[in-house]
Write a protein that binds this ligand. Structure first.
Ligand code: AMP
Ligand code: MN
Ligand code: MN
Length: 328
């Protein structure tokens, strides 16, 4: 860890120790890393006697698979987030915009602590602990907990494990040191299979029919992405009807297995003609650069953006951005 990062970590611990009221925010459409990180830190801060709440800008409901992490009932709807929080902590949030309808709180809060691992994070807080080398924000939070000198118990360790197992694709993108962190979390009592299965491997039966329909329409373009190959699939509102966001989010994990394509994309229709697009690369294309050309962001091998219009138009713009990045 660099000196700058250690200093930022100390500053974050100091700001949180001094606080009496802390609001922790995850990015919109929160995943296990964003919400697990927020809940882990929230649990600890509550035990330290602070008034704590955890929230996110959208959607209105908490993803079903993440509800069990909130053992202390810290989650509140976005509408209950104070207009001017004393201390705001933004987690796994690479830019202010990713807070969605709660983005204005960055301006109104007394102190803003940013805990993140996105390389593109501009450092929008008063205190910024941003470590692009960390495979998950949950690891940044764990370092902060160590800095605070608190004990790691099972509920806290479980929240951290949830973020870690998902952001590392089940530890396939995890360093030796991060595997040691996993060992520490298991030693604290985490049941790895019980945490990971609902998050990554469990869907209602209707999921299979949705997949059959969506995957049958998937399209491969071997010449795209500078000849490295591009595969994409589209999940319309009609395809997703009656299913949870969890089912829709997992489609990209199947599409990305296409051996002929370096880059995979899934267009997810959030409302008519408004799409959230997931991008994945195997190893050679930096999809964060692609996403940034289209107003989004993310990591080298996993990124995303939102777009308006018909699916064909969105794919066309994506293909152009891919060529720009792939051909350097
Ligand atoms: P997803 O495909 O939704 O799992 O997102 C993959 C990664 O891309 C996330 O971890 C974020 O870092 C990033 N990302 C996704 N959507 C956006 C967006 N609209 N704007 C900025 N970053 C995004
Ligand atoms: Mn995230
Ligand atoms: Mn993350």
């Amino acid at each position: 860890m660099s000196n700058d990062l250690s200093a930022a970590l100390t500053a974050a611990a100091t700001a949180l120790t001094a606080a009496s009221d802390v609001t922790l925010l995850a990015h919109v459409n929160p995943d296990a890393d964003a919400l697990g990180s927020a809940l882990a830190l929230g649990l600890v801060l509550q035990r330290l006697g602070k008034d704590v709440r955890v929230s996110f800008g959208a959607p209105a409901s908490v993803p079903e698979t993440l509800r069990d992490l909130d053992v202390a009932g810290l989650l509140v709807p976005a509408g209950e987030v104070p207009a001017a929080p004393e201390v705001l902590v933004a987690l796994d949030t690479g830019s202010v915009g990713r807070l969605g309808p709660l983005a204005d709180r960055v301006r109104t809060a007394g102190t803003v602590v940013v805990l993140d691992h996105h390389v593109s994070n501009p450092g929008f807080g008063t205190v910024n602990v941003v470590d692009p080398a960390a495979e998950a924000t949950a690891l940044v939070v764990l370092r902060l907990l160590d800095e605070l000198g608190v004990e790691l118990d099972e509920p806290v360790a479980r929240c951290i494990y949830a973020g870690l197992v998902t952001d590392t694709r089940s530890f396939r993108h995890a360093s030796a040191a991060t595997h040691e962190v996993a060992a520490r979390l298991l030693a604290a009592g985490v049941d790895a299979e019980a945490v990971a299965r609902p998050l990554m491997d469990s869907h209602p039966f209707e999921y299979l029919a949705m997949l059959a329909k969506v995957l049958a329409r998937a399209s491969l373009d071997r010449s795209a992405a500078g000849g490295m190959g591009f595969v994409h699939a589209v999940v319309t509102l009609e395809d997703a009807a009656g299913l949870r966001p969890e089912e829709v989010e997992s489609v990209v994990d199947l599409v990305r297995t296409t051996a002929e394509a370096e880059v995979a994309a899934v267009l997810k229709e959030l409302r008519p003609s408004y799409w959230s697009v997931s991008l994945r690369a195997v190893s050679r294309v930096d999809v964060r650069e692609v996403a940034q050309l289209l107003g989004g962001g993310g990591h080298r091998l996993a990124a995303g953006f939102t777009a308006e219009g018909d699916a064909a138009g969105v794919v066309g713009r994506l293909r152009d951005a891919l060529e720009t990045v792939a051909r350097g």
